[in-house]
Every structure is written in structure tokens, then in C-alpha cells.
Design a protein around this ligand. Structure first.
Ligand code: HEM
Length: 181
């Protein structure tokens, strides 16, 4: 995974637990606190190990941490560093979600080793369905947090529910977004 994702995780943990807490998480994951470079790639095992160690260290469920990371990505990382990318790719939640693959495809010009996820949106009874494909396992809670962050960002209140996915034999994860207002 590109360093920017690990950096977001690092910043989120430092916000919550300080530099000392981050140090403890890294050591629990079997490493000295690394310096993540946004544009460098790192083995996915590092990201998973840090999430696992943070879960133990902060006594928070790993899925809940990934969800928090999705929210943090939208509220803090993207808002601080990638605002222009947001503006270019849609002014409504639906439009933005429809453009997500195109957005990651454009980004892959700058991040050539990127293994981008893929998304599809469609109408569903009471709202919409979002489908998410990735060759990485276990990131559905991250996507749920990203989707919740996007709803907040676009001021479009939806309840985001993870309907199911690989655990029940699909090749993708399915989310239902139901309007709450
Ligand atoms: C605007 C800012 C964004 C930037 C700059 C960005 C960039 C990236 C980069 C560089 C990666 C790492 C891929 C790799 O190393 O192979 C990534 C992964 C990912 N991105 Fe984005 N992204 C952005 C917004 C979003 C949004 C809004 C969503 C979704 C709702 C999203 C969904 C994901 C997911 C789920 C992954 C994990 C990779 C996987 O599933 O395999 N991203 N993104």
C-alpha cells in the first residue's frame, strides 16, 4: 500500500494516543516507528500488522479502527491534502461515487504501482447500493467509514450498512445507503 495510507493511520493513532502510543503500537507490530513516505509503496503486511497492534494496544476492535480510518481519511487526510481532487470529481455523493474509479485511474498516473479498488453504484429500494471490489481482504469496514465520511462531506445524510461480501461467497462487498432525512 502506498505510504499515504500508512501515514493516515499513523496520524490518526498519534491524534488519539500521542507519539508514545504510536511508538508502542509499532513495537507491538514488531518494528521501530517507521518514516512513511507518501509516494513510496510498502508491503500490505505492514498496514495489517499496524492495525492489529493498534487494536490490541488501544483496546479497540480492528474493524472499528478501520472504520475510524475511513472517516479520518475523508475528514482530515483528503480535506488537508487532496481537496482539489475532490472538487474535480463531483459535487454530489452519487456523482462522486460514480467517478471514483476514474479518480483512482487518474491517480495511478502518479502512483504507478497502485492496485486500485473498484466501485459501482446503483439504485436500490430505499436508497442506493455501492459495490466494492478489491484484491485486498478485510477492508470493508474501511470502506464503510469512507462512505460515511463522504455522506458527511456532501451533507447528504445516509445510514451506511455493510450488507455482505466475500464471507458469503460474493466476489465483492455490498453496501446499502439509506437516506435518513
Ligand atoms: C481524494 C482522495 C483520494 C486519494 C488521493 C486516494 C488514493 C489512494 C491510494 C494512493 C491508495 C493506495 C492503493 C495502493 O497502494 O495500491 C488508495 C487505496 C484505496 N482507496 Fe483511495 N484515494 C482517495 C479517495 C478515496 C475515496 C473517497 C474512496 C472511497 C470510498 C477510496 C477508496 C479506497 C480504498 C478502499 C483503498 C484501499 C485499496 C483496496 O481496496 O485494495 N479512496 N487510494
Amino acid at each position: 500500500m502506498y505510504g499515504m495510507v500508512n501515514r493516515a493511520l499513523q496520524n490518526m493513532i498519534i491524534d488519539e494516543a500521542g507519539d508514545a502510543g504510536w511508538g508502542s503500537v509499532c513495537r507491538r507490530a514488531g518494528m521501530e516507528p517507521p518514516v512513511f513516505v507518501s509516494m513510496d509503496t510498502y508491503d500490505d503486511a505492514i498496514t495489517y500488522a499496524l492495525v492489529g497492534a493498534a487494536s490490541t494496544e488501544l483496546e479497540r476492535d480492528a474493524g472499528e479502527l478501520l472504520h475510524a480510518l475511513g472517516l479520518y481519511w475523508i475528514r482530515v487526510t483528503a480535506a488537508e491534502s487532496y481537496e482539489s481532487i475532490f472538487h474535480m470529481h463531483g459535487s454530489s455523493l452519487r456523482g462522486f461515487l460514480e467517478n471514483l474509479d476514474q479518480m483512482h485511474a487518474r491517480l495511478s498516473l502518479h502512483f504507478p504501482e497502485m492496485r486500485a479498488p473498484s466501485f459501482e453504484v446503483e439504485d436500490a429500494e430505499h436508497g442506493m447500493h455501492v459495490r466494492y471490489w478489491s484484491d485486498r481482504p478485510g477492508l470493508a469496514p474501511f470502506v464503510k467509514g469512507l462512505l460515511a465520511g463522504l455522506c458527511e462531506r456532501f451533507g447528504e445524510p445516509y445510514a451506511v450498512r455493510h450488507v455482505g461480501g466475500r464471507d458469503d461467497g460474493r466476489d465483492h462487498e455490498l453496501f446499502h445507503l439509506e437516506p435518513t432525512a
